[in-house]
Design a protein around this ligand. Structure first.
Ligand code: ATP
Ligand code: LTN
Length: 336
């Protein structure tokens, strides 16, 4: 990484490499990640260790991790500007997580909404990893002294826990960790499900409810045509009373770079069919070049693995500094 990059504030964000990333991930996360690349020193991580809190098929996990990495590149993230890497390739994440788990209280972890939700959903496998998931997330962030963490609103509680643990640690040992700030995107923080526009688009829901980044034009048109709206017939932005129409308008506005009002005006006097058609075309226009890039990248696994490796090496160098400092502060003998 170049000298200039070293001076910039650090950004860290992560996404689980399971399933196929969807339009919500793209609009709420990846598009913004890209916008930050020039002004910050960015680390973007596929958090495969976090995925293990739910039972995964090994071959499928390997495949989806490779695919997610290719997609990160296909949406335009630049490995010469950002460090793009896989969490398990940098052992310091697991090492710091252990240390931090000794500074995190059971009571704190019991209050995590994601833990409560996921343990209700997977009641046959409520494992200790699911419980300590936020500690590993704190390690991800604190290892790199990240100042900002761009994630959706759902991750606010995990960020607050990260800050609490970092502050607790700093209080005892001095300024070891930078205290990170949460950053939620202004537009598109919550893209909603196509079939239930009152809940967020999520890759753990059935296929018809989301648009995968790899859905081809005919599938995109079909899914958007079937998207739930309302019986009123008027195109107007009103999240509360017209969540389906508002969701389509948000997608259209974000992807065309126009304001919601401009989108509403351009569709004046027309029906939902026209709104759906315009939205589908905007999605297709956005995703077609991404898919063309992806198709080319996924052919060359060796190149992908090489880039992954370079990303991990860059990240490991940064992580080693923080880990050495932490080990020293708490009284572990230095290595070799
Ligand atoms: P799941 O819902 O299955 O738990 P997910 O689809 O929410 O998974 P995550 O890995 O939890 O995906 O999220 C990755 C990033 O994408 C996070 O920053 C998250 O806030 C963002 N994100 C996820 N879903 C949406 C959405 N519907 N709208 C906007 N941003 C989203
Ligand atoms: N828990 C996050 C994924 C995640 C993450 C991180 C996000 C793991 N580690 C560190 C930001 C920073 C999620 O479910 N979206």
């Amino acid at each position: 990484m170049q000298e200039a990059q070293q001076q910039k504030p650090v950004i860290f964000s992560g996404i689980q490499p399971t399933g196929v990333p969807h339009l919500g991930n793209y609009i709420g996360a990846w598009r913004n990640w890209k916008l930050l690349e020039d002004d910050y020193r960015c680390l973007y991580c596929l958090v495969d260790l976090h995925s293990l809190t739910i039972r995964q098929d090994p071959a499928e996990l390997r495949r989806s991790t490779m695919q997610a990495y290719a997609l990160l590149l296909a949406v335009g993230l630049d490995p010469t500007k950002s460090l793009l890497f896989v969490q398990s390739h940098v052992p310091a994440h697991a090492e710091l997580a252990w240390i931090l788990s000794c500074y995190t209280y059971m009571g704190e972890l019991s209050r995590m909404v994601q833990f409560k939700e996921k343990s209700a959903k997977h009641d046959e496998n409520i494992n200790a990893g699911l419980f300590t998931y936020p500690v590993l997330q704190a390690a991800d962030i604190l290892l790199y002294q990240a100042a900002l963490v761009p994630v959706g609103a759902d991750q606010k509680q995990h960020l607050e826990l990260t800050r609490d643990v970092a502050e607790r640690f700093n209080k005892v040992y001095g300024d070891v960790f930078v205290i990170p700030e949460h950053r939620i995107p202004k537009v598109g923080a919550r893209i909603m499900s196509l079939s239930d526009p009152t809940s967020k688009m999520s890759k753990s829901d059935p296929e018809e409810t989301y648009i995968s980044l790899l859905d081809r034009p005919d599938v995109i048109r079909r899914k958007i045509k079937r998207a739930v709206t309302d019986s009123e017939g008027e195109i107007r932005y009103d999240e509360e009373n017209k969540p389906g129409v508002s969701n389509l308008l948000s997608i259209l506005a974000v992807l065309t770079g126009r304001s919601i009002e401009a989108c509403v005006d351009s569709l004046a006097g027309q029906g939902y069919g026209a709104l759906k058609e315009a939205t589908a075309e905007a999605v297709i226009t956005t995703l077609s070049p991404v898919q063309a890039q992806f198709d080319a990248l996924i052919q060359d696994k060796e190149r992908l693995m090489q880039l992954m490796d370079e990303g991990a090496q860059g990240a490991a160098r940064l992580a080693a500094r923080t880990l050495a400092k932490v080990y020293k502060k708490i009284g572990l003998l230095p290595r070799g």
